[in-house]
Design a protein around this ligand. Structure first.
Ligand code: 2IP
Ligand code: CA
Ligand code: CA
Length: 413
């Protein structure tokens, strides 16, 4: 199946570009932040715009993957529904149309009267993404796409994306909050077993572009950025797009991918070395009992971060050894992509409540990994796909063992 991994990465790059565009281009940015600045003339509309960014990104990924791999059509799922109520109360199904003009017209039916915003988004939706990644281009896999299905989280950590804090200082490499934790997550799993097989994590806001401040300074923060000789890529510094007012540098992204299929394990990253004393990353919402149980295990190395995907990325990058979550507040689309990458590196993600139950019953085997094809019985809506009972993400099995041993003593878990 040459090309599905490359297609997932390409789709994540287009998604990341749209996520950056919404923060960078004035007509879009104003919609995103107007609520905060008090210029809100229609609270519902602005709320909708935020959802629109998510919905549109998901539809673009779905469209591009389905077009290239028709076997996947009907098997590409995500957090969002594409049904959208516009200001007049009409339901609009957001989708990618045949031409940028048609897509802009459809988006305008949601965004009316914001024509410039609709056109900017439509252009980004129809943009071709060329990957210049020799290592990735060389990966040849033989996984039949008709055996796979996809989970998409178009933007994980939406609150941080909207909040848009740019200068949150990292603690030992982990950003506790801010734009850094907003990620695009695309995971493929085996339709029959539910095992995660391919994962792509895109960080649209990995770092600020060191060049753009220079451009802005020269232009005094206004005017058009001149295209370099030979032409710049759309959306990149020097692409001739209008430079906007006081907001500082543009952002550069990066992506990571992993494959765990049969005996194949491939990853854009190397497995992180284990620390003798593990570092555990938690949600700030995590309760006192879990903090108290894990504290002694990690010495002073309990860390806190926003974004379920970002916390799993911290484990993938070796910034933490484990991410523990005691609640069912993540979903299949949060975990599928990071889980595939963790498996590619020799780690995984297990259901916390199930693992503790087995352990207390004396079962010493490896606890079962999360699967992505089984809805929660009796649940409705998004809850059908909740990772019930929490989870533990880990890079090294010895750290999973240590975490479970520490948590087994917590009553109520
Ligand atoms: C959220 C997001 C939150 C996370 C929550 C996810 O997804 O990742 O940040 O909570 O579990 O469902 P926390 O930051 O406390 O870990 P989304 O932003 O896509 O709704
Ligand atoms: Ca999410
Ligand atoms: Ca999301």
């Amino acid at each position: 199946m040459a090309g599905l991994l490359q297609a997932l990465v390409g789709a994540s790059e287009k998604a990341a570009h749209i996520a950056r565009l919404c923060r960078r281009e004035e007509p879009l940015f104003q919609l995103l932040v107007a609520e905060k600045t008090g210029a809100d003339r229609n609270r519902r509309f602005l709320q909708d715009f935020k959802t629109l960014a998510d919905v549109l990104i998901q539809e673009v990924i779905k469209h591009d993957l389905g077009k290239e791999f028709p076997e996947l059509q009907g098997h590409i799922h995500g957090e969002e529904s594409n049904e959208f109520k516009n200001g007049q109360g009409e339901t609009v199904a957001v989708r990618v149309c045949a031409t940028p003009g048609d897509t802009a017209a459809l988006l305008l039916s949601v965004l009316e009267p914001e024509r410039a915003a609709a056109e900017l988004l439509a252009a980004a939706v129809h943009r071709d993404v060329a990957l210049e990644d020799v290592e990735l281009a060389g990966v040849a896999l033989s996984i039949p796409p008709q055996d796979l299905a996809i989970w998409i989280d178009p933007i994980d950590s939406t609150n941080e994306y909207i909040g848009g804090r740019e200068d949150v200082a990292p603690v030992d490499g982990i950003a506790p909050a801010g734009l850094r934790s907003a990620l695009v997550l695309i995971g493929a799993y085996d339709r029959e077993t539910g095992c995660p097989v391919l994962g792509v994590i895109n960080e649209p806001f990995f770092r600020r572009d060191p060049l753009t401040r220079r451009y802005r300074h020269r232009l005094g923060g206004h005017g058009r950025i001149p295209a370099p000789k030979g032409g710049g890529k759309p959306g990149e510094p020097g692409d001739g797009v209008r430079a906007q007012g006081p907001r500082p540098r543009r952002w550069q992204g990066r992506y990571h991918w992993g494959v765990a299929y049969g005996d194949t394990r491939l990853c854009s990253l190397s497995p992180p070395p284990p620390r003798p004393v593990p570092c555990v990353v938690l949600s700030r919402a995590e309760g006192g009992a879990v903090r108290a149980a894990l504290g002694p295990l990690c010495g002073d190395r309990l860390r806190f971060a926003a974004g379920a995907g970002y916390k799993m990325l911290c484990v993938i990058l070796g910034l933490a050894d484990s991410y523990v979550l005691s609640e069912g507040s993540t979903f299949a689309w949060d975990a599928c992509a990071p889980h595939a990458i963790l498996r590619a590196l020799g780690g995984g993600v297990v259901a916390l409540a199930g693992a503790l139950r087995e352990r207390r019953a004396g079962d010493t085997g490896s606890p079962p990994e999360l699967v992505y094809n089984r809805p929660v019985e009796g649940a409705v809506g998004a809850k059908r796909w909740a990772n019930r009972g929490g989870l533990v993400a880990y890079a090294h099995p010895q750290h999973l063992e240590a975490v479970l041993a520490a948590l087994a003593a917590v009553p109520g878990l």
